[in-house]
Design a protein around this ligand. Structure first.
Ligand code: ZN
Length: 536
């Protein structure tokens, strides 16, 4: 912990040193907490608070007064909360600080927020998007209209992502207007407007005016209410690109939240271009990270989410001089959904959440868990961070296994000890159809697992999303069923280019009891297999 010589050093220098020190430590906030015996100064670094210094109570008043003075607060008022700001340059570093005070039992508590936009100034490419996700984001913001939303909890790096997109779009030939609360970063060439609710300058009021100012691109700091949501939609369908943020965790809950805000389904389905959901994970310090073995649960996660066998991952090592608790800096974990016609149709037709979820994830959207595990594999973050940020049990249910072709299905079946594959032709045509999955294929464990879709001729090239279902291992119909030798790979080549299984259920219920594979397909399997025999 740092200590200061208050007798020998002017208070101005001490406050400056506290601020520059914390900027150097990459702190996002500095807390000055009054306690009975001393003033505790803490720094928030990479999301966690660390003790920075303790100041004797006799110097507390001087210190607090200096900060209040710098931030333009009323220094004679110490019974009411106040807000202030410091824009200054200390030791050639431009600083943009937000300051807030609040009276507590032991005196005034001050928090200084250090606004650091070096990240967004470095560009979208540096925010940790996977190649695939970055391509989607770039595509979303290349359209002249539509709504692109960045979602996540407070402190998930939403502003950084939004500002990075704005900077990319900030060209001379476009007019960009923003309504923000607060304007967190000033960008040259953009008309930024601060929301002031006290005088009636709300998001809604600003947005109504903005639309008369011939904008191309509009940033709405946050969609908080129905009025803002409806204006965003209206702006989008009248030919503007709208960027905004929402406090939701993933793509699905974002869609639901907007519908809760009484945005008309048909308008939402037309206007929404994409949703970027994100959270921030601490980055492992590359100097002191160490490898550890994965446990069974982690092996399952990697297998199911990424189709990979992972025996070792990096984890935080002991602290070194480069880092705080084995971590240094943060990286965003993302989930990027770009709406396609199927999803638009589903929103429009009020298709239930389960079906919508399937549509969202089976069509190639990588879940945040998949993105996170990729980053663990790359040694960027740790499993411990993934557990802290993501409900892995819940997240694994959103993962759909999408093999490229029949060979990959067979490989997947062998590797995962999957005995049965049910192909559902035509599901893409009407995703809500819940007819009996037919035809079915019984792959025998004794022989090479095989896949067959006897009706592929009827279905033609439109054989759509199909299901790979794993029966509950305890119910083993295979042993009772005579090996159906006729279900060999005779049709594999025909099926190859068109089969697209979309759901693989983990074959280890004991590892993950929350996801009990539905035994129904198993029970009907025998019957279905007879149907299959009939068909053949
Ligand atoms: Zn380290």
């Amino acid at each position: 912990m740092k200590s200061f010589d208050f007798k020998a050093t002017p208070i101005i220098d001490i406050v400056n040193e506290i601020i520059t020190d914390n900027v150097r430590l990459r702190a996002s906030d500095i807390h000055f907490d009054p306690t009975e015996k001393f003033l505790k100064i803490r720094s928030r670094i990479d999301g966690s608070l660390h003790d920075y210094s303790h100041v004797d109570n006799e110097y507390k008043r001087n210190l607090i007064t200096r900060i209040k003075l710098m931030s333009g607060m009323n220094i004679t008022e110490n019974r009411l909360p106040q807000d202030g700001a410091i824009k200054t340059n200390i030791n050639n570093v431009d600083l943009d600080l937000r300051v807030a005070s609040i009276p507590t039992a032991y005196g005034e508590k001050i928090v200084i927020r250090i606004l650091d936009y070096t990240m967004s100034a470095e560009g979208l490419e540096t925010l940790g998007f996977s190649e695939e996700n970055l391509a989607k984001v770039n595509k979303m913001i290349s359209f002249p209209n539509g709504i692109v939303l960045v979602t996540g909890a407070t402190g998930s790096g939403k502003s950084t992502t939004v500002y990075s997109m704005l900077q990319k779009l900030n060209k001379e030939d476009v007019n960009i207007l923003t309504a923000e609360d607060p304007v967190e970063m000033n960008i040259d060439g953009i008309n930024q407007i601060q929301v002031i609710p006290e005088i009636g300058l709300t998001f809604g009021a600003i947005l109504r005016s903005i639309l008369r100012h011939d904008p191309n691109i509009i940033l709405i700091g946050e969609i908080r209410d129905t009025e803002t949501a409806q204006i965003a939609v209206r702006a989008s369908i009248t030919g503007h690109l709208v960027l905004s943020t929402l406090h939701t965790n993933d793509a699905l809950s974002t869609i639901e939240r907007l519908l809760d805000m009484e945005v008309e389904r048909y308008l939402l389905s037309t206007s929404l271009t994409g949703i970027i959901s994100q959270t921030l994970a601490k980055k492992l310090c590359k100097t002191c990270r160490v490898k550890r073995k994965t446990n069974e649960y982690e092996k399952m996660l990697f297998k199911k989410a990424l189709g990979k066998d992972v025996d070792e991952v990096y984890t935080a090592g002991k602290n070194c001089s480069d880092c705080t608790s084995g971590y240094k800096g943060r990286i965003a974990l993302q989930e990027v959904l770009m709406l396609n016609d199927d999803i638009r149709y589903a929103i429009n037709e009020n298709i239930d959440r389960k079906e919508l979820r399937k549509l969202v994830y089976e069509q190639g959207t990588k879940t945040m868990l998949q993105d996170a595990l990729q980053k663990v594999l790359a040694g960027i973050t740790s499993m411990e961070e993934v557990y802290r940020l993501i409900d892995t049990d819940d997240a694994i249910r959103n993962i759909y296994y999408i093999p490229k072709d029949t060979d990959e299905i067979v490989k997947h079946m062998q590797e995962n000890d999957i005995k049965t594959v049910i192909l559902t032709p035509g599901a893409a045509v009407n995703p809500t159809q819940t007819t009996q999955p037919k035809p079915t294929v019984q792959a025998q464990p004794q022989v090479k697992p095989t896949v067959q879709a006897p009706t592929q001729t009827q279905a033609g090239p439109n054989v759509g999303p199909t299901q790979v279902v794993q029966p509950k291992p305890t119910v083993q119909p295979q042993s009772q069923v005579k090996p159906t030798v006729q279900t060999t790979a005779q049709t594999q080549t025909q099926v190859k280019p068109i089969v697209q299984p979309t759901q693989a259920v983990e074959p280890k219920p004991q590892v993950q009891p929350v996801q009990q594979p539905n035994p129904t397909p198993v029970q009907t399997n025998i019957k279905q297999n007879k149907d299959l025999d009939d068909l053949i």
